[in-house]
Design a binder for this molecule. Structure first.
Ligand code: ZN
Length: 251
């Protein structure tokens, strides 16, 4: 990412409105770029100054609705990426000129849509591999992991340990996939980790596996028994398919 791309994404990053993949790309760039880091810090300083002053004012919901409706009327056919830019400019101008609205008045609802669920699953897996992120509950026993999810999700993910078949269950954690709360199970294969994401697919028919490879990671997805599955790892696709079979009960 260069500074031009970073400048385009920084407003969304500033408002925590980027998806995970773009967030990580921006953070990568910020680590090595003092200019963009300074720009971000300036925005943060402005926001905290405004929120501490008596200029802060939360617009009534009727005003928010009217502004949104007007935006939709005036720019009905803009692509999401262009509207994204435009809405940000509009929000910034409003804030500076009138100091009436909070930053929350025009949240960006249309994040760039080019990022697929495979991108997201792979990014989540990579992030989980960072120290301290791999698990919320650590256990090699599904009787500990399964109840841990109770009350944290509105579905009960099937949790099984396949240690005997060479895929010991290491841990579980909560994650997000496609804006959905997901259960993430971590299995080990030799020295490698496999993240398995589960999201309910209520009413959807079973779907055979589809595969993707990105940045050296393999991702396969399938639907089985009313649940969407994503398995992501740097293990070879054959290993992933073997685990997929186990998860579908084909053993
Ligand atoms: Zn930069």
């Amino acid at each position: 990412m260069n500074c031009q791309e970073s400048a385009r994404l920084l407003p969304g990053y500033f408002d925590s409105e980027l998806d995970l993949v773009h967030t990580l790309e921006v953070e990568d760039h910020l680590r090595t770029c003092a200019a963009c880091t300074n720009a971000l810090e300036a925005d943060r300083a402005l926001r905290s100054t405004i929120s501490r002053s008596n200029l802060r004012y939360s617009a009534p919901s009727a005003v928010v609705r009217n502004v949104r409706a007007t935006v939709a009327d005036v720019f009905p056919r803009e692509t999401s990426a262009r509207r994204w830019t435009w809405e940000w400019s509009f929000a910034a101008a409003t804030l500076v000129l009138f100091a009436l609205v909070t930053w929350k008045l025009l949240p960006v609802n249309n994040a760039p849509t080019s990022v697929t669920l495979a991108d997201e699953a792979i990014a989540d897996h990579i992030r989980a591999l960072m120290p301290g992120h791999l698990s919320d509950v650590e256990s090699t026993d599904q009787h500990t992991v399964k109840p841990w999810f109770d009350g944290k999700l509105d579905f009960a993910p099937p949790v099984e340990n396949f240690a005997e078949q060479g895929f010991p269950l290491i841990s579980g954690r909560l994650d997000y996939l496609g804006n959905h709360p997901a259960a993430a199970l971590v299995y080990q294969r030799r020295k490698h980790f496999i993240s398995v994401f589960l999201v309910p697919a209520t009413g959807e028919p079973d779907r055979a596996e589809s595969r993707e490879t990105q940045r050296g990671y393999n991702a396969i997805s399938w639907t089985h028994g009313g649940m969407n599955y994503w398995a992501v790892s740097d293990v070879n696709p054959g290993d992933l398919e073997e685990l997929a079979k186990l998860l579908r009960g084909e053993h």
